[in-house]
Design a protein around this ligand. Structure first.
Ligand SMILES: [Zn+2]
Length: 240
């Protein structure tokens, strides 16, 4: 008995899915490149009858069913259709595995740069705020991450800790006359706690506040006033 095992190439997967989702298409060529991105993102475009796909090299070793799920996602996006939810879930489960997340963190650290502005802003000096918080809550023993103001004045995300760069970025919207030391120091305190309580990889956004985190956060002097002030300052506040 003869056994033949045929492995589809990634180009063939994309060709098959494209013709399946768009049967009347006249597709002549598919090109897939693996690129050294600083994340796990992928891109797709159609040049006349040629499908061009750029995939993060982090996904190069992914099993064929994952490449098929990604093909369904990208081609659906290209055709402006809602992607099959089970394919979305399958792909996200894979990207959220510890192994892939580790590779993403490495790529970010090596390839990405953290864009931020100097910590001494127009109204508040984040290095000084860090020094105060470190002395008051961490016995001066907290390791100092890279700290800076964001380039844009985001109102939806006031602060963010990026473990790949060990960097905290505070929204520039807080460096203003309408802001206060209480608000700035509370947001920085919150982000510093993320350096002490590492996030568990549970979701794509990886924003996790554990029970211990929340308990530690309540230690902040004037916690209720800070939250109330921030709520007043912004219609929508979000910390991650
Ligand atoms: Zn947070």
């Amino acid at each position: 008995m003869q056994t033949a095992i045929f492995f589809e190439s990634i180009e063939e997967i994309y060709g098959r899915i494209y013709r399946w989702l768009n049967p009347r298409a006249n597709l002549q060529q598919v090109s897939v490149r693996f690129r050294k991105y600083a994340n796990a993102n992928s891109r797709i475009r159609l040049d006349r009858d040629r499908l061009a796909v750029d995939i993060s090299d982090i996904l190069q070793g992914a099993p064929a069913p994952i490449h098929e799920a990604l093909a369904i996602l990208l081609i659906s996006k290209l055709l402006r259709r809602r992607p099959d939810p089970s394919s979305v879930a399958q792909y996200q489960r894979y990207v959220n595995t510890a192994q892939v997340q580790h590779a993403v963190q490495l790529a970010k650290r090596e390839r990405g740069r953290k864009a931020m502005q100097h910590p001494s802003g127009a109204f508040f000096d984040l290095n000084q705020v860090f020094k105060d918080l470190n002395g008051r809550y961490f016995e001066g023993r907290l390791r100092k991450p890279t700290i800076g103001w964001s380039l844009r004045s985001s109102r939806s995300t006031l602060g963010h800790y990026d473990p790949a760069h060990d960097a905290i970025v505070l929204s520039r919207v807080l460096d203003s006359a309408e802001s206060s030391y209480l608000m700035v120091s509370y947001v920085l305190f919150h982000e510093l706690l993320h350096t002490v309580h590492p996030a568990e990889s549970r979701s794509v956004r990886r924003c996790v506040h554990t029970v211990e985190f929340k308990a530690a956060e309540k230690q902040f002097e004037g916690y209720d006033q800070a939250i109330a002030a921030l709520k007043k300052f912004l219609a929508q506040t979000s910390l991650c």
